[in-house]
Design a binder for this molecule. Structure first.
Ligand SMILES: Nc1ncnc2c1ncn2[C@@H]1O[C@H](COP(=O)(O)OP(=O)(O)OP(=O)(O)O)[C@@H](O)[C@H]1O
Ligand SMILES: [Mg+2]
Length: 252
């Protein structure tokens, strides 16, 4: 099962979700590949991989194999195909070449992991299209704030475009409320509004605002490893279990 974490809005918790969900699934005993498809390389840094060569950029332009650009992490069972600022050049390198949209999908076609988790940049550009075309399911993290729904229309339009033209099997796995603050009444109200809008596509697991999740990347560790007993870590473990129990595994 290949899951892309997407929202073109910046700072909503995409990377934190990609890193911690991937690590949580590995802690539960699964084999997981974390793919960092953002030139900011935050997910790579979040698992302790800084500026590794070769990386996703080299694989996308055909200068390296997936195997050579895949690295082990501190978490058993969690491997990572990292990013680097090189990835900024990917537009110029591949866009316009025939079938560029399918390139990541081809690269990941025969991988043998239980889960591939793909982090994407805050845009609906080249890398997000590559990731959506490669994936089976999408998770959309949103903040429990007044503007949570703003911009979601544009994202859902992009998903429709990808489904119609590039990847008919792509499906919404769920909308995730990240950075939930229970002390703020507005959070509750926004959660209810999302529930009305998305129904059972809204994850039951909610990620609280938790300082440990924000601190963890500076130690090059996922929050679920950095402080497993923190509320943030426990919420991501719950999310991983919810996703495993949803029996969303591929038939093959
Ligand atoms: N649940 C949380 N509690 C506290 N801080 C959080 C939480 N989730 C994310 N953060 C912090 O908020 C900031 C934005 O989170 P993150 O990088 O995951 O968002 P993003 O959507 O990937 O951002 P971008 O769009 O720039 O890629 C980071 O500093 C992160 O550490
Ligand atoms: Mg990010």
């Amino acid at each position: 099962m290949k899951i892309v974490i997407a929202n073109q809005k910046g700072g909503v918790g995409k990377t934190t979700t990609a890193v911690n969900l991937a690590a949580a699934l590995a802690l539960l005993g699964d084999r997981v590949l974390l793919v960092d498809a953002d030139a900011q390389a935050n997910a790579s840094i979040g698992v302790g991989l800084i500026n590794r060569q070769p990386n996703l950029y080299d694989v996308l332009i055909g200068a390296s194999t997936l195997e050579d650009a895949t690295y082990e992490t501190e978490v058993k069972g969690l491997l990572c195909l990292p990013s680097s600022p090189d990835l900024i050049g990917v537009d110029a390198e591949i866009k316009g070449t025939a079938g560029w949209e399918y390139r990541l999908r081809e690269i990941l076609r025969n991988v043998r992991y239980d889960w591939v988790i793909i982090d994407t940049p805050p845009s609906l550009g080249t890398l997000t299209i590559l990731a959506l075309t490669a994936a089976d399911k999408v998770i959309i993290p949103v903040q429990a704030e007044y503007y949570a729904l703003e911009g979601l229309g544009q994202l859902l339009e992009t998903l429709k475009y990808v489904v119609n033209l590039l990847n008919p099997r792509l499906d919404l796995l769920g909308v995730l409320v990240a950075m939930y603050d229970r002390r703020i009444r507005l959070s509750r109200e926004v959660y209810e509004e999302l529930r009305r809008y998305f129904g059972d596509k809204l994850f039951r697991s909610v990620i609280p605002r938790n300082i440990k999740l924000a601190e963890a990347p500076s130690f090059g560790k996922p929050g679920v490893i950095y402080d497993p007993s923190s509320k943030g870590a426990r919420a991501y473990m719950e999310l991983a279990k919810e996703i495993r129990h949803a029996k969303v595994r591929p038939l093959g």
